[in-house]
Write a protein that binds this ligand. Structure first.
Ligand code: AMP
Length: 189
């Protein structure tokens, strides 16, 4: 299973990916988690990415693609993956298509978690209070939602045009949302 989870920040991609990975037997690959780890470790990528992430903007496509290629080359990704946070714009979607075409392993499914902005803002406030992620600060969340609408929403259209997109209602109890995603994956198989 090679799955892309799409959705706005706070739509539950990470939470759902963590619940699905053992069922699907594939790793959860979150580009946001990888970047946060790089920032924490003070690597060259982390040093470049920190200010951009804190401002809620997108880190450069070159950095992301290099990071992703390296991660997908690891042994555990041979069985597939759940991608969370990538692609974030059309250039990244095209780069992912190219990369997967080169290895002859196209995406199996793309699932978008649909959550209204008011719910997103509330969820990010709760996460800000719990985890103190700078980019969950309400002002930055508004900027992230703008970046999402302008740059990431077209990615859903990109996959819809290719007949790959499944949209799932991301509001409700965690178990219910997980069940909806599983139903969408069964329908895509
Ligand atoms: P996330 O945890 O997915 O919300 O990502 C946190 C932050 O990491 C984003 O707001 C971006 O600054 C950066 N980031 C994560 N994934 C990407 C990506 N695919 N392209 C560019 N920036 C990214």
């Amino acid at each position: 299973m090679r799955l892309v989870l799409l959705g706005a920040p706070g739509s539950g991609k990470g939470t759902q990916a963590a619940r699905l990975k053992s069922d699907l037997g594939v790793p959860h690959i979150s580009t946001g988690d990888m970047l946060r780890a790089a920032v924490k470790a003070g690597t060259p990528v982390g040093l470049k990415a920190k200010a951009v992430m804190d401002a809620g903007k997108l880190v450069s496509d070159d950095i992301l693609l290099a990071m992703l290629e390296e991660r997908l080359a690891q042994a555990d990704a041979k069985a597939g993956f759940i991608l969370d946070g990538y692609p974030r714009n059309l250039a990244q979607a095209a780069a992912l298509d190219d990369l997967l075409a080169r290895i002859g392993k196209p995406l199996s499914a793309v699932v978008k978690l649909d959550v209204p902005n008011e719910t997103i803002i509330g969820r990010c406030e709760i996460r800000f209070a719990a985890e103190h992620r700078k980019d969950d600060n309400p002002e930055v969340v508004r900027d992230r939602l703008k970046v999402y609408a302008e740059q990431t929403a077209p990615v859903a259209d990109f996959y819809a045009q290719r007949g790959k997109l499944q949209v799932v209602d991301g509001v409700g109890a965690l178990d219910e949302v997980t069940a909806r995603v599983k139903r969408a994956l069964a329908a895509a198989a």
